[in-house]
Design a protein around this ligand. Sequence first.
Ligand code: SOE
Length: 378
Amino acid sequence: MAKKQLRIGMVGYGFMGRTHSNAFLQAPKFFDLPYEPALSAVCARNKGRVEAFAANWGYGAVETDWRALVERDDIDLIDIAAPNDMHHDIAIAAAEAGKMVMCEKPLGRTAEESAGMVAAVEKAGVPNMVWYNYRRIPAVSLAKALIDDGQLGRIFHYRAKFLQDWTISADLPQGGEGLWRLDVDVAGSGVTGDLLAHCIDTAMWLNGGIEKVSAMTETFIKEREHTLTGKTQPVGIDDACAFLARFDNGSLATFESTRYARGHKALYTLEINGEHASIFWDLHDLHRLDYFDHRDEGTTRGWRSIHVTDGDHPYMGNWWVPGLAIGYDESFVHQAADFIRGLDGDAAAPTFADAHRTDKVTDAVLKSARTGQWEAAS
Ligand code: SOE
């Protein structure tokens, strides 16, 4: 018997529109899902381009106004892959229309904004999720399993950084496609909401809540031309941010992100030091988890690099054969699969409520950078 369809209405056709579309296409091919995802309609303002996108990915219909998409009665799930300033209104309208909602990160530009989104999905009782995809890189999921199993023991330190170098040129404008990330009104913040939000989501998933933070930020290029107005305007985003944090479990943390680390394209690394063992993970070598266990005996004790590609590693039993790696795009496939599997069981995380907690931490980071004080993060 044919499975019941999960009819998806996608908003946005940029980088994330592609990762999400690919995820919904691949998920049922590799995972046994209770519903068959169907790319029913896609929405973006530019008609010609959205039609080309729909033809490429196999969407059945196009819309140029997200309100029309939300109102369609042949859509079960609205997936928001549009710039950050659109998340709030679309998510709330979708929830009020009784649709399930998935949303790109960060959930809101501020925690105040995401609080309203959480209230809307909870009032409507609709399944919801935010695309913090790095949790579902198998090596990161393995780290979670090791921590939950108590292999690291008490955690002393958490260290994360996310480094890029694509905004160093002062000639780069703010605003418009892709570059909306440099426009504070659209993005909400710079690296804090765009990159550190990933690090914070993973960190709280692995190591629990963050109690307080002390941060500094910098905007290296103070003015940039705005593509929409053609005028040179002040830059309101943070180009770089570093902060200290204390977790609820007493562990200490450092977080750093910048778009000015020449040579680094998307270097997300995390290290956790526990009483028995340490782990280290690096997005540029994403299928490996480095692990040191002090309980190993003898002179061969040392860091081992686990190639997370075996059949008993998280998600890997559903892919090729042991030893063959998967990559970045599959983290989205895993997320789509987990969301759909969660519809008939325990809801998959991170939910809007989880992502709202991340927004509270990023708010506290930005506040601390302004006040020069430690700020409460929950
Ligand atoms: C920014 O360059 C960006 O694309 C983020 O927006 C993504 O969330 C991150 O995963 C990669 O970098």
